[in-house]
Structure formats: structure tokens, C-alpha cells
Design a protein around this ligand. Sequence first.
Ligand code: NAD
Ligand code: UDP
Length: 319
Amino acid sequence: MQKSGKKVAVVTGGAGFVGSHLCERLLTDGFRVVCIDNFYTGKQEHIAHVLSNPDFESIEADVEYPVSLDGDVDYIYHLACPASPVAYQRDPVKTVRTNVLGMINMLEFARTKGARILQASTSEIYGDPLEHPQTENYRGHVNTLGPRACYDEGKRCAETLCMDYHRQYGVDVKIVRIFNTYGPRMAPNDGRVVSNFIVSALTGEDIVVYGDGTQTRSFQYIDDLINGLTSMMQKEDFVGPVNLGNPGEFTMNELAHRVLSLTGSKSKIVFRPLPEDDPKKRQPDISLAKEKLGWKPTIGLDDGLVKTIAYFKKTLEVR
Ligand code: NAD
Ligand code: UDP
């Protein structure tokens, strides 16, 4: 614990979409927060409003290299990794290095500090799933050779490292598997479907659906995820993995029509080829999160989209 009496939480990837919301929440909850980020996809502006908070510190560093910090650390939320397919495929070797070397460095850091560490894993570890919905027992269906493997296999290896550090060195680890999450502070050029569709709708560009648009995803609003992450961190005697996602499942065609209707946009929907290894469906089974954490999402797709559209309207200065 810090001299101030506040517990210290380190958030890697704290300047990113999820990380910046998490930093804010942890400050509100009375933690001292240290954000570690290399600003690969994160932005200074995401944390600008908390920089003057004496309980907040921002360190520009790459988790690919060992991390050091004076003083005690209680909790580490390890989020550093680009999450959008466009971003993680830009430099796939770097993505593997971030996932694997970054995980080792942060586990070593946790071990040195005696801190609890939570790994932000992903539904991508299930690949193009052959079981539906996905429970934590499903072992996945990932192409080790494809363009998504740098992320999927990197995250799978990171989970392995968590369990090995836990068994071998007694590190206090937690693994959450996050399903598609959206909300304010997604980058307009992030490449993920919700931000792409909203930005296109607001700017009158074509909404581009990959494939025939019948593939499904289950979209979770950011606030629900943050509640799940903080609940998991505080839960004793539960390593996980645990799915955190909203079971509401939608096709990309349904999503496109909802965005058009909620924005009142006249954008056209057009179709382009489906990227390689794009999963055909995805839906979390969240029974375990309900049982162990008493957690379930509370914000439905339309409500979450309305909030996200409002954010992009402001960001893009669209009237
Ligand atoms: P994001 O790209 O907005 O944020 C990632 C952050 O990590 C950025 O600030 C980036 O600059 C930083 N980063 C990347 N590589 C780094 C490195 N080597 N060293 C230090 N910092 C680095 O993505 P996000 O949506 O906020 O995702 C956060 C985490 O949650 C990621 O680990 C992602 O895999 C996981 N996740 C997110 C989703 C989702 O739908 N948003 C779904 C599943 C898992
Ligand atoms: N997608 C789309 N148009 C876009 C961006 C994505 O149709 O402009 C599709 C993509 O092919 C995938 C789904 O939307 O089937 C979700 O894509 P995203 O990149 O958001 O997440 P992930 O594929 O990692 O779940």
C-alpha cells in the first residue's frame, strides 16, 4: 500500500479505449493509479483529464521490456495490446512480442511486487468456434498460421504463462476473456465494426459490411466490462478464466440497420469480401461470471449505441 494509505493499481494499456475507462473508475474508487502505455494505439487525450489528479501517474513504456517502479503495487490490470484486427495485424511480430514478452515481464513484475495481476484475455482464444455459445471449458478452434494468429495465439500463450506463473511461483493471477466491447473513446479509425459503422453513418459514407453480413458478434458496452473487471480483481480464490461479455447476439447486417436507424443516416450498406479466418459466430456463456462474481451486463445494444453515437458526434463535430 502507498504511504497515502491508498492501494496502488497499475494499468498497462491505460491510455487505450478500455484502459482509460478503467483508470477513471479506479481513481473514483479511491486507488492510486499508474498507467503504463507506449501509445501504440492509445492516446494522450484519453488520459488528459486525469493527469492533474495527484493519484494518477502516466509512464510511457513498452511492456515488451521489463518494467520497474518504486514503491508497493497491489493490483496490476494487464491490458497492453492492440485489440482491433487492423491494429494488431499492422505489425504482427510486434503483437506476438507484446503478448508473450509483455506477459512475462508483467508476471515477473507481479512476482517481485507480490501484486495480484489480471490478464485481459479475449474471446479470440476460441477462434472460429465449433461450440456455441462459448463456455470457458471450450478449448477453441484457432488457425495457428493465419493473419489473426499473432493476436489469438499470443493471447493463448499469455493465458498459459499466467497459469504457469501461478502454479510454479504462486503468482496471484486472474484471467478474464473479454468479448467484443464498444463505447466512447474507440478511435474513429480503429477498424472495429461498431466504430466503423457509426463513423460511416455520421459522415454519410457507405457502411461496409464484410462477407454477407450473417456472421454474428455479441456486443458489450464498456461500463459493463469495467464493472466485470473490477469485480474479478476483488474476488478471492478465483483464478478464472471467466467470460465477460453481453450474450445478446447480432448479425453484422442487424448491427448496420440499427446504426442507420439510430443515427437517421442515409448511408448505403455495401458488401466487401470477408477477411481471412473471420469467426462466423460468437456469443459468451456468462453463467460462470454470474455465479462467481454476481455480474451480468445491464446495458443493451440500443442504449449503448446511443451513448457511443453521441460520443462520435461530438468527436467528429457532426451536427
Ligand atoms: P486499445 O488498442 O484501445 O488499447 C490498447 C492499449 O495498449 C493502447 O493504449 C496501446 O497504446 C497499448 N499498448 C499496445 N501495445 C503496447 C505495448 N507493447 N506496451 C505498452 N502499451 C501497449 O484496445 P482496447 O480495446 O482498449 O483493449 C484493451 C485490452 O483488452 C487488450 O489487451 C485487448 O486484447 C483486450 N480486449 C479488448 C476487447 C474489446 O472488444 N475492446 C475484446 C477482447 C479483449
Ligand atoms: N466488420 C464489418 N465491417 C467493418 C468492420 C468489421 O463488417 O467495417 C465485421 C468483421 O468482418 C467481423 C465483425 O464485423 O465479422 C466484427 O469485427 P471487429 O473487427 O469489430 O471484431 P472481431 O472480428 O475481432 O470480433
